[in-house]
Design a protein around this ligand. Structure first.
Ligand SMILES: Cc1cc2nc3c(=O)[nH]c(=O)nc-3n(C[C@H](O)[C@H](O)[C@H](O)COP(=O)(O)OP(=O)(O)OC[C@H]3O[C@@H](n4cnc5c(N)ncnc54)[C@H](O)[C@@H]3O)c2cc1C
Length: 489
């Protein structure tokens, strides 16, 4: 099979039967038609369709190494810097389609699966079957152009206890039984973004395991279809309330659902297991395989697209109300420009300084990407802040589409015009600003970026511990021990 079209993605989703609980309703059929999901499903379908667009397919697809049919570029194994460059351009092309607002486009986890599959020998050290399983799974996902999400984190009941200690071990997803042909998993994980609208759920390691016997049931990596019996998605309140593109320009297109994942004695066949009971391997899963570098490459390309959107929006806003020449406003614009250029530079450095990993996969340089993923969670918070500050009461003088075409039309035209836009145009622009900086969609985006790669506090700790600081410290030591560095010498 080759890359899917949007309607093929929707048809498969319609034929599946996941258990999804949303706003008091249990939905098992018709996910693509449900009001909580239909708009984001339509946007994801557009992404699949882009792979068939004559103007885009050369960058978004690559010939399958097996059949020669086009498969998604994000599944392509990069061997050269040109391959990596193509992967990066494909990521950016998709990210631009949602201004970087969609965090779980397929390329994120396709990149992960590509790297894991190439590291099959690393999995084989636990069991040769695991190496074969990850390779076969990747090939299936590639050839069927499947959309995956992942779930990593145990429930938040008590973070001062390990997963195994919580509720006597009855809370976090764990292996409770082995059968003739697989394992049975019980408990919960949070969260899975797009769980209800994805094809596959990757249940991968995340939190650091201590490696004691107690941790063994929590040490695993496997993948299951999202409609596997016993699997439930408990959704948060939808932020797409079915309003028009005019009223909720972002939420009505890009609202990816987040859901708690409940495993109610889910049977996972052995062929879908990639690690079982190896805490020490789970702890190095992403780094040893270099999957983290390929995933972060996609994220850095996406967040660059998002930063471009922010700069464009800030510019339109300042032009609209004639504040672009005030110095403090220019300072904010300059901050966004600097942020964009630093993001671009980090991505470029990672791509230009790429080198083959030990499995022969051309891998972007980790240090610039690690800097980007440590920086962006905090950086992103500034954009909504800047937009709120520059928009001021404009974010509240904000009628809806029904008002603009209805009883308030004359008032909108008379009083809500701006320096460069008429009343309805200005309202449309400010509704986009509102959905970027103040709506529930905007709040969720800020939280998402902050926690995208896990807790930024612990991520910073890992960076500080792992970065090679020694050459710089040594220079200081030499300087301090040079003649004259101490009093009287
Ligand atoms: C919008 C959104 C979508 C998400 N989508 C997904 C998804 O698709 N798949 C997925 O797997 N996950 C997803 N997540 C979860 C994400 O990975 C976590 O939010 C992140 O790893 C942080 O974990 P936590 O939320 O449990 O926070 P916690 O770990 O509970 O942290 C809460 C607070 O306590 C502090 N804290 C807790 N423990 C420690 C400690 N040991 N040391 C220091 N400080 C500590 C933290 O700094 C933080 O301030 C999503 C999260 C959000 C917000």
């Amino acid at each position: 099979m080759a890359v899917r079209t949007g309607s093929e993605y929707i048809e498969r989703l319609r034929a599946s039967a996941p258990t999804v609980i949303v706003e008091g309703e249990t939905v098992t059929v018709g996910i693509p038609d449900h009001p909580a999901f239909r708009n984001v499903v339509a946007t994801y379908a557009e992404l699949f369709d882009m792979q068939h667009d004559a103007a885009l397919r050369d960058v978004l697809t690559d010939p399958s190494p097996v059949t020669g049919e086009p498969v998604a570029t994000s599944f392509m194994v990069p061997r050269t810097r040109d391959d990596l460059d193509k992967r990066g351009r494909a990521m950016k092309t998709w990210a631009d389609h949602s201004f970087g607002m969609l965090g779980r486009t397929g390329d994120y986890l396709n990149s992960c699966l590509m790297a894991l599959s190439e590291a099959e020998g690393w999995f084989a050290q636990a069991d040769p079957a695991f190496g074969e399983n990850i390779r076969r799974y990747y090939e299936m996902a590639r050839d069927q152009d499947l959309l995956s999400t992942h779930t990593l984190v145990p429930p938040q009941a008590n973070r001062s206890q390990s997963a195994g200690q919580q509720l006597g071990g009855a809370l976090a997803a764990r292996i409770v039984k082995e059968t003739d042909n697989g394992v049975v998993v019980r408990g919960a994980r949070l969260l899975a973004t797009i769980g209800p609208t994805a094809d596959e759920l990757l249940v991968f390691p995340s939190t650091v395991l201590k490696g004691t016997l107690d941790d063994a049931p929590y040490s695993f990596a496997f993948a299951i279809p999202c409609d596997t019996p016993g699997l439930r998605f408990v959704c948060r309140e939808p932020m797409d309330r079915g309003r028009s593109h005019f009223d909720h320009p972002l939420a009505s297109r890009f609202e990816e659902m987040d859901a708690v994942v409940v495993f109610d004695d889910v049977h996972v066949p052995y062929e879908r297991c990639f690690l079982l009971g190896h805490p020490e391997l789970c702890n190095t899963f992403y780094t040893e395989t270099t999957a983290v570098a390929h995933m972060t490459h996609q994220v850095a390309r996406r967040t660059t697209a998002k930063t471009e959107f922010m700069l464009g929006l800030i510019t339109c806003l300042t032009e609209a109300i004639g504040i672009g020449k005030f110095q403090h406003v220019q300072q904010d614009v300059a901050e966004a420009i600097v942020a964009l250029e630093i993001m671009r530079a980090l991505v470029r450095a990672a791509e230009v300084d790429a080198a083959p990993n030990r499995f022969g996969v051309m891998t972007p340089k980790w240090e610039p990407l690690n800097a980007a993923r440590n920086w962006y969670p905090k950086l992103y918070q500034r954009f909504p802040e800047i937009l709120r500050k520059l928009s001021a009461s404009g974010l509240m003088a904000l009628p809806t589409e029904a008002d603009v075409v209805g009883p308030a039309r004359a008032d909108v035209e008379a009083f809500l015009q701006s320096a460069t836009l008429n009343g309805p145009e200005r309202t449309r622009l400010f509704r986009l600003v509102w959905d970027t900086c103040i709506s529930s969609f905007a709040g969720r985006q800020a939280l998402y970026e902050y926690y995208f790669f896990g807790d930024p506090v612990r991520m910073a700790g890992a960076l500080a511990d792992s970065y090679d600081k020694e050459p710089f410290a040594e220079r200081i030591r030499q300087f301090l021990s040079s003649p004259g560095a101490l009093p009287g010498r």
